[in-house]
Design a protein around this ligand. Structure first.
Ligand SMILES: [Fe+2]
Length: 145
C-alpha cells in the first residue's frame, strides 16, 4: 500500500476525467474554418481519454487502491480546469495543447513516484501514456502552425 502513489494516480485519473468532458465541449462547440478537422480530432482525443482513464483506474485497483469515480471527486482532485463557455477554434486548440502538456507533466511526476516505489508496471503504464500524449501534442501544435 503506497498512499502517496495512490493519491497521485487518482489526481491523474481526475485530470483524464476532466479532460474527457472538456474535449466533448470542444468537439460540440468548436466553430471556424477548420471545423470538420477539429471536430473529428477532439473526438479522437476524448476516445483516447476514455481509454486511458479506464486503464489507469484499473491499475489503481490492481495495486490495491481505490480509483475515484464521481464527478465531484474528479473536480476536487484534478489540477486541470473545466472548459469555459465560448472561445474560437484557435483558443480551443491552444487550450487543448496546454492541457495535454499539463497532463504530461503530472504523469511524469507520478511515473517518478511509481519508479521510486519499485512498481515497474505502473511506471510503464505512465510512460506509455506520456508517449501517446506527446505525439498528440505534436499533431495539435502542427495544426496551430
Ligand atoms: Fe460526436
Amino acid at each position: 500500500m503506497n498512499n502517496n502513489l495512490h493519491h497521485a494516480m487518482n489526481e491523474q485519473l481526475s485530470n483524464w476525467a476532466v479532460l474527457y468532458v472538456k474535449l466533448h465541449h470542444f468537439h460540440w462547440y468548436v466553430k471556424g474554418p477548420h471545423f470538420p478537422t477539429l471536430h473529428e480530432k477532439f473526438e479522437e482525443l476524448y476516445d483516447l481519454a476514455a481509454e486511458k482513464l479506464d486503464e489507469l483506474a484499473e491499475r489503481i485497483l490492481t495495486i490495491g487502491g481505490k480509483p475515484l469515480s464521481t464527478m465531484k471527486e474528479y473536480l476536487e482532485h484534478a489540477t486541470l480546469k473545466e472548459a469555459d463557455q465560448g472561445g474560437n477554434e484557435a483558443n480551443m486548440l491552444q487550450l487543448a495543447v496546454q492541457d495535454l502538456q499539463a497532463l504530461v507533466a503530472g504523469l511524469q511526476t507520478t511515473a517518478k513516484l511509481a519508479e521510486e516505489a519499485g512498481d515497474d508496471a505502473t511506471t510503464d503504464l505512465f510512460v506509455g501514456q506520456i508517449g501517446e500524449l506527446q505525439k498528440q501534442i505534436w499533431l495539435l501544435s502542427a495544426t496551430l502552425g
